[in-house]
Ligand binder design. Structure first.
Ligand code: SAH
Ligand code: SF4
Length: 356
């Protein structure tokens, strides 16, 4: 049975170092001893809670109270390029989530899931089509990173970037995501830099404002996909709750507070949001924000639940050129990179089909 938290056992991976200090002190773990334990778990990527007894009486006694969440890997797939690897994890209650490892020389990236399913219901998204199951715990997010980091360590390599672009809406699970970042960014352990961390949101305005006000340790990517309310509402249900004016006001507050660029994600769907008019509309929306805006164009990945098609390459180029003419930097994501991650949810669907 893979390890997981229970009524009696606390998941160590669900604790920030500050929280762990409070919880472990009664068990005789002062600062130094906790540092040693933290390094074993997050630097050596060992599991002192279920490895053979250590001979350290206090450490071995901890097993009566703590465990380390390590979900079972139910399936793995490799991208055709050999650089992308998707892991499907089965959690203790049977929920399945995906994590993607994208290898690039010296710049390996993990794409992490923050929820099982998603409540936001975006029409082209496989995760959205399956509905919401539950929030992931901090420990379940940390476990994804520990697994990816161990996979890389086996080849003598290190994880450098984290993108919160897997299954789920990270700002709908704000506190657990914030604690997750505190764990994986901790310098004593995995030590991912905030500058190498990106959170992508469908645009939950209260969450964006919290990020701005709390100096959240990640860059912001906003899934914009449309630059007027009618088009946006047709693709993304949360757009009905937060109209563009309100959303962009939140983005402006974010930029003013942090003086850093926002990435605007634009999934290109043939005939839906890829016309010249729509490119000019996007350029007009971002023009006052030029210098603090970067657009990522991602041709649609096909999903079972949506009949749309990806924008053809010549139209993608034209859309990009119109943005560039207007002074808005735009990158086309190659289909072998982040777009594989954007298809998160698809592997879970395939696996569920096989499990039936
Ligand atoms: N919930 C967050 C993060 C996860 S989705 C968000 O929506 O931003 C990560 C990105 O993948 C988002 O920009 C999303 O719009 C995009 N995406 C989802 N399904 C896709 C598909 N079928 N093809 C291309 N991009 C997709
Ligand atoms: Fe959820 Fe993001 Fe998918 Fe929308 S695109 S359903 S917010 S995971």
């Amino acid at each position: 049975m893979p390890a997981h938290a229970s009524d009696t056992l606390t998941d160590f991976a669900g604790l920030t170092r500050e929280q762990a200090a409070l919880r472990l002190r009664p068990h005789g773990f002062g600062e130094g001893k906790l540092r040693d334990l933290w390094k074993r778990v997050y630097r050596d990527l060992a599991d002192p809670f279920s490895d053979a007894p250590s001979g350290d009486r206090k450490l071995d006694a901890l097993r009566e109270h703590f465990t380390l969440c390590a979900p079972e890997v139910a399936a793995q797939t490799h991208g055709g390029d050999g650089l992308t690897r998707k892991f499907l994890f089965r959690l203790h209650d049977g929920q399945t989530i995906e994590t993607v490892l994208m290898r690039q020389a010296g710049r390996h990236t993990a794409c992490v899931s923050t929820q099982a399913g998603c409540a936001q219901g975006c029409v082209f998204c496989a995760t959205g089509q399956g509905g919401f199951r539950r929030h992931l715990t901090t420990g379940e997010m940390v476990a994804q990173i520990r697994h990816v980091a161990r996979t890389l360590a086996a080849d003598g390599e290190r994880l450098r970037n984290i993108v919160l672009m897997g299954m789920g809406e990270p700002l709908h699970n704000y506190d657990a995501v914030r604690d997750f970042l505190a764990v994986v960014q901790d310098d004593l352990g995995i030590g991912i830099a905030p500058a190498h961390t990106t959170l992508s949101t469908v645009g939950l305005v209260p969450g964006i404002l919290r990020m701005a006000r709390e100096n959240f340790p990640a860059h912001l990517a906003l899934s914009l996909h449309a630059a007027n309310d009618a088009d946006r509402q047709a693709l993304l249900p949360p757009a009905r709750r937060w109209p563009l004016a309100e959303l962009m006001a939140a983005c402006d507050e974010y930029t003013a507070a942090r003086r850093e660029k926002i990435f605007y994600e634009w999934t290109l769907v043939g005939g839906k949001n890829d016309s010249d008019t729509q490119a000019r509309e996007l350029a007009a929306l971002l023009a006052p924000r030029a210098g603090f805006a970067h657009v990522n164009l991602i041709p649609l990945n096909l999903t079972d639940g949506y009949a749309g098609t990806p924008t053809p390459p010549d139209r993608v180029q034209r859309f990009q050129a119109l943005l560039k003419e207007a002074g808005i930097p735009a990158t086309v994501r190659s289909r072998r990179g982040l777009d594989v991650a954007a298809g998160c949810g698809q592997l879970a669907k395939v696996a569920a089909r096989h499990a039936r």
